[in-house]
Design a protein around this ligand. Structure first.
Ligand code: DLL
Length: 460
């Protein structure tokens, strides 16, 4: 996961060239007194804020008071960071059961903005931000975009959807806070995006990686020259960004792509973001979030650097002070030094979730494993789709993968040989034999937001 992709040095502005030359000092740190602080200092800040947060949640949110009373734990029991383990976990079900405002710690008159995450079933999750929450949110994002090489004066074009999704407004506020000019284009209308990049001299594009790939392709089809385009930085997030996809977008769009992570329940984007030194990990805003990595089965902590489920406790939130939120996202966290000079812990890119594992004929399969195999096959694009269904009483795994135009052939033998080669590679990794379908170039539907790669028809 830590393999370093080469940064394209096509001389697009100082940040790119500085990063390529290893001159990370050329990028100012937004708040060095915390981002570069010794670990003991970071932990002392976290403990003080955790104690405040727990007392606040206990006093103001009846759900947490009842839960903590039931567990026999009170705010005074939080004496060290490890004491966080005495507290209850929170998961999506709690937010749904208390829909809409049951976990809010302030009256609606103190809320300035509501957001929600839709999910596929049941009620949405609703979160609310006070004035202070909004200020903290923009600061977290200003920090992470600066880490990614964005500087005041950059022109940033939004290709996330606005609306209840936290991605659009969150990045919008944070980029403005840093001093960028925002173009609130929103998602969709791809040709217009490309026209705007050219007309307005856009230097930063904010998108999901799948939509950025689509913007790249549409630009190429329009004859747009990405190499001479003003665009320099891609700020991606909201969904996994596989290393192969990132490298391909960097190569074809001539930009540096960075990934940032977050989720509605704890704030939205702004939890962590990638610096330009360690290209496959993201620094966590540890002064605002306490992280734990636990075994998803037992809830017990895993060792430093080991993969488990990320559990987050926001440390400064007033609207909804969620305790120990179970993200279901699988990652490992590292506290060692980073070449960028920051001391904030780094989480590995999230590639899968504990709840997206497919069990196919008794074997565990993660969609990210399929993605990794396909990325290694040069004849296919990063676009794919997975269908799981029941056929004659047995699970069937169908992997649809899209051919690159240059690999497309009229010869049945050539196509069939490629199909069989891909099926064998997948079987060797997954230990399950898939049915592979080759799809013609452009044949897999493009997403303008988060891509949906898996259709498990067995659950329906
Ligand atoms: O996706 C917040 C966000 C928006 C983050 C834009 C970054 C940029 P939700 O819609 O609540 O919030 O979805 C949260 O999306 O638990 C992860 O599974 C996934 N996710 C978000 N960012 C990443 C990422 C926003 N960079 C869920 N890499 C999370 C991998 C991500 N997965």
């Amino acid at each position: 996961m830590t393999e370093n992709a080469p940064i394209d040095v096509t001389a697009k502005g100082g940040a790119l060239a500085a990063a390529a030359a290893g001159r990370f000092d050329a990028l100012p740190v937004y708040k060095p007194e915390i981002e570069c602080a010794p670990r003991e200092h970071i932990e002392a800040v976290q403990l003080a804020k955790l104690q405040e947060t727990v007392a606040y949640a206990y006093e103001r949110v009846p759900y947490y008071r009842a839960k903590m009373d039931e567990m026999g734990v009170g705010p005074a029991d939080i004496q060290t960071l490890a004491d966080v383990r005495k507290l209850p976990f929170t998961d999506k079900a709690v937010l749904r059961d208390t829909f809409p405002f049951g976990l809010f710690a302030v009256p609606l008159s103190e809320i300035r903005e509501l957001h929600s995450s839709s999910g596929t079933t049941g009620k949405p999750v609703v979160v609310g931000y006070t004035d202070d929450d909004m200020a903290m949110w923009s600061e977290c994002i200003a920090r992470l975009v600066q880490m990614a090489g964005v500087v005041p004066g950059d022109v940033a074009q939004m290709a996330f959807g606005y609306g209840m999704f936290t991605g659009g407004f969150g990045l919008h506020y944070g980029l403005q806070r840093l001093g960028c000019a925002m173009i609130p284009a929103g998602s969709g209308n791809t040709e217009r995006h490309i026209q705007m990049i050219e007309d307005y001299g856009t230097t930063v594009l904010v998108a999901t990686p799948s939509y950025a790939m689509h913007i790249c392709e549409v630009g190429e089809q329009m004859g747009y020259d990405w190499e001479t385009s003003p665009l320099r930085v891609g700020l991606f997030g909201g969904e996994p960004c596989p290393p192969g996809l990132k490298a391909e977008i960097e190569r074809r769009m001539h930009i540096v792509c960075t990934d940032n992570y977050g989720l509605t329940e704890v704030m939205g984007p702004g939890v962590s973001g990638e610096c330009l030194a360690e290209r496959y990990q993201q620094h966590i805003a540890e002064d605002h979030f306490l992280w734990e990595v636990v075994d998803p089965e037992t809830g017990e902590p895993v060792g430093e650097g080991e993969v488990g489920e990320l559990v987050l406790t926001p440390l400064c939130k007033q609207g909804i002070p969620v305790l120990r939120y179970c993200t279901h996202d699988l990652t490992a966290v590292h506290t060692g030094p980073c070449a960028c000079g920051r001391t904030l812990a780094r989480m590995d890119k999230v590639r899968s979730r504990s709840d997206d594992m497919l069990i196919i004929r008794g074997t565990n399969v993660f969609p990210s494993q399929i993605e990794d195999v396909l990325t290694g096959i040069e004849e296919v694009t990063p676009h794919y789709h997975i269908v799981v269904r029941t056929k004659n009483g047995m699970d069937e795994l169908i992997v649809e993968t899209e051919l690159r135009p240059e690999a497309f052939s009229d010869s049945f033998e050539t196509m069939d040989a490629l199909r069989r080669r891909i099926a064998e590679k997948l079987k060797a990794t997954l230990l399950v034999a898939p049915t592979v379908r080759l799809v013609e170039p452009g044949g897999i539907e493009r997403a303008v937001g988060k891509a949906k790669h898996v259709d498990d028809q067995r659950a329906k």
